[in-house]
Design a protein around this ligand. Sequence first.
Ligand SMILES: [Zn+2]
Length: 277
Amino acid sequence: MEKKLFTQLFSCVIFFLFVLVLLSSPAASQEVDDESEFDYTKNSEKGPDRWGEIKPEWSACGNGTMQSPIDLLNERVEVVSHLGRLKRSYKPSNATLMNRGHDMKLSFEGEAGSIEINGTEYELKQLHWHSPSEHTISGVRFDLELHMVHQSQDGKIAVVGIMYKIGRPDSFLLSLRDHLENITDTTSGESVVGVIDPRAIKIGSRKYYRYLGSLTTPPCTENVVWTIVRKVRTVTREQVKLLRVAVHDDSNSNARPLQPINWRTVQLYRPNEKEEN
Ligand SMILES: [Zn+2]
């Protein structure tokens, strides 16, 4: 009898510990800066299928149920107008460029402004690029995807994704060219780039997809609010190559494979006609 009581008490304690862990880890972990511990090679020991086994704190990469990226299938999205326009209020700030091993990261040192989603303010922290794109639209993969990573006061993450196909040059990347070339030959090198104005990053459309996902690199933290701009912009082949060659990881890709959508819904925000005029 006493043993039974003990077992019940014990399972109760375990349950509360479990709840505590769940409550204390909402999207608090940022992307790792040293990317040498994982790679993008299919079937490799450190490849995307194994990320979740490399470290206990990366387990969400393997057993998460709301992982990114996903395919944004046009027939599956719920078209809505109540989400409202993406409220961006960025400002110029000092930035540093860093070669993380698989991508280039531009970090803002000061306050670069924020976006507002559902009444929560998310401050712009860093941006980086993936090639080819990680998200796809109805199965179509594009040449480049920019991720603008934001974080709220209480550690919640919101990422704005912009996709590019080959065409005319992207003016923002053009302004970074010299800095990118400067750190091309330095692995894990850093370069102070001075003041960068995030408002120079063009969106060109009010339409966007919204869904709940994760970081696409370890630790694959979930509950990330994703905003993917509907309009696919353009970039030159040279600009994509510059970002790729700069990281020197002997790989053609830093795009994580598509993840199962599971029970999630994807919304497509489209302003109603009154707002559009
Ligand atoms: Zn990313």
